[in-house]
Write a protein that binds this ligand. Structure first.
Ligand SMILES: [Zn+2]
Length: 489
């Protein structure tokens, strides 16, 4: 079996002020050819396929952290390289499988459906018989061309702790299909809603368990996925879908998809933790007693989560914490390259008045002028999430000030985990309050530091209530904009 592997991943927030061009991909992650199999930075699905003894050709894999619609030039350049490499590999020796790792939530200038565009072009290169498969982030958008031309599997978990597992499952399915052992048919149910689904908590935890139980209970059910959708993209494809792949049992698949989809709709608004308004979060932080609670309180800055396309330099929460006089805090990771450069130029131990945050866009709030000491510098900073999962943060600094410590970095990523704080000498467990620039992916990694956290709402690019955003091109009818999108059905 010969497999071509590739992918282009980003999650587009069409309301984001952060431009995404080639430099954002190059600065984040671009792997070509054999780099894709690198034991530390490589792609798990490609490495897994090779470990099975398959002839795997590495094409191109590129990823950028979420921001605005990808520039047309960047998108077409990366797409065409992925297709050119595929065409060359296929001409040399025909491939049996094209395996893709994509986010599914990418929008580019002039392209609402990047993944559908790529899959359709792949189909025209390889012809009708080659198996195309794509693993997707559930925060994706589903188009008909995607599921008609490719076998799709979303990660089940949100936060996405099962990427490697799902990638292996997809590769196993693609192999079965390529060997002719099963005849996959995809059934789709459109839930007419756009919601947030968190799988570490009930009721979504149980919902995922039931999905797996249905898969396990029948030989005919090959895979079930929920495309959650991503509510920061103003495009006609927005929305939640259930996707069931059966072994040539379209009616069974459609029944399961509708049953699960209606359950999701019936639970609308209840699949995620409610967010806490900023003033209430500050009240809780002010009253927090870290000793009796056995750990710090984590405040998660959802509206300025770079993982949703925010700049990561907003100061609303920090300003409120400072105004409230809360001491012994650690806050980060603020994305402020100019401040990092200033601190490094001043040098370790330097004491200076510095302007922090509030630069990237009007929703970044006002910059804060603080008296700080440069407490630590890391010229090659990273957030370590596991032995083979490192998030490169560029250069980073820790700044000590009257009420605690701040961590600033150059490279824009959400605060996935606590390791960078430790690398910079900050003992998070001894802090009273921790601010993180993340909405929920911090949770599994910060759990050993503290189980107490509050996801808060404030002004920002990723403000919690999507009804506040100026949507113009979304589908209709769809909840929560329309109270009953099934009224005419
Ligand atoms: Zn996601």
């Amino acid at each position: 079996m010969r497999v071509y592997f590739g992918g282009i991943e980003t999650e587009t927030n069409t309301f984001s002020p952060i431009p995404i061009g080639l430099a954002e991909f190059e600065g984040s992650e671009v792997l070509r050819g054999e780099q894709i199999f690198d034991p530390q930075y490589g792609q798990k699905m490609a490495r897994y396929a090779r470990s099975l003894g398959l002839d795997v050709v590495g094409g191109i894999y590129a990823a950028a952290h979420p921001g605005a619609a990808v520039s047309r030039e960047a998108y077409e350049t990366l797409r065409d390289e992925l297709l050119d490499r595929l065409a060359r590999a296929h001409n040399e020796n025909p491939v049996d499988i094209v395996a893709l790792s994509m986010h599914g939530g990418m929008v580019a200038q002039g392209y609402d459906d990047c993944e559908g565009d790529i899959i359709a072009r792949i189909r025209s290169i390889v012809g009708p018989r080659v198996v195309i498969g794509c693993v997707l982030d559930p925060h994706s958008h589903l188009s008909d061309v995607m599921w008609r031309e490719a076998l799709l599997m979303c990660y089940r978990e949100n936060p996405h702790i099962d990427i490697a597992e799902r990638s292996r499952e997809l590769m196993d399915l693609l192999l079965r299909v390529a060997r002719g052992e099963v005849k996959p048919v995809t059934s789709v149910f459109n839930c007419r809603m756009a919601d947030v689904y968190q799988t570490l908590r009930e009721p979504m935890k149980g919902f995922v368990q039931r999905m797996r139980a249905i898969e396990d209970s029948s030989e005919d059910v090959l895979s079930i996925s929920v495309v959650h959708g991503f509510r920061r993209a103003d495009i006609p494809l927005l929305g939640t879908h259930v996707l069931v792949i059966t072994n040539d049992k379209a009616d069974l698949g459609a029944d399961i998809a509708e049953r699960l989809g209606r359950e999701l709709f019936d639970g609308r608004g209840g699949w995620a933790d409610p967010v806490t308004p900023l003033d209430e979060a500050i009240r809780q932080a002010k009253a927090w007693d870290r000793d009796s609670e056995d750990g710090p309180l984590i405040l998660a800055d959802l509206p300025d989560n770079p993982g949703g396309g925010s700049p990561g330099d907003a100061t609303y929460v920090l300003e409120a914490v400072l105004d409230a006089g809360i001491e012994n805090i650690a806050a980060g990771v603020y994305i402020d390259p100019l401040a990092v450069q200033t601190a490094i130029a001043a040098g370790l131990g330097a004491k200076l008045r510095m302007r922090i945050g509030g630069k990237a866009c009007p929703l970044s709030g006002r910059p804060l002028d603080l008296d700080v000491e440069v407490a630590a510098i890391d010229l090659n900073a990273k957030i370590t999430l596991g032995p083979d999962t490192l998030v490169p943060m560029g250069r980073a600094v820790a700044l000590r000030f009257a009420q605690g410590e701040l961590v600033l970095a150059e490279q824009r990523y959400q605060t996935y985990g606590p390791s960078l704080f430790a690398d910079l000498g900050i003992d998070l467990k001894r802090k009273r309050v921790i601010l993180v620039k993340s909405a929920q992916h911090y949770k599994p990694h910060f759990m050993p530091i503290s189980e107490h956290s509050v996801v808060l709402d404030a002004p920002g690019v990723c403000v919690a209530d999507v009804l506040e955003l100026p949507f113009r091109r979304r589908p209709k009818p769809i909840w929560p904009w329309e109270e009953d999108p099934w009224a005419d059905a």
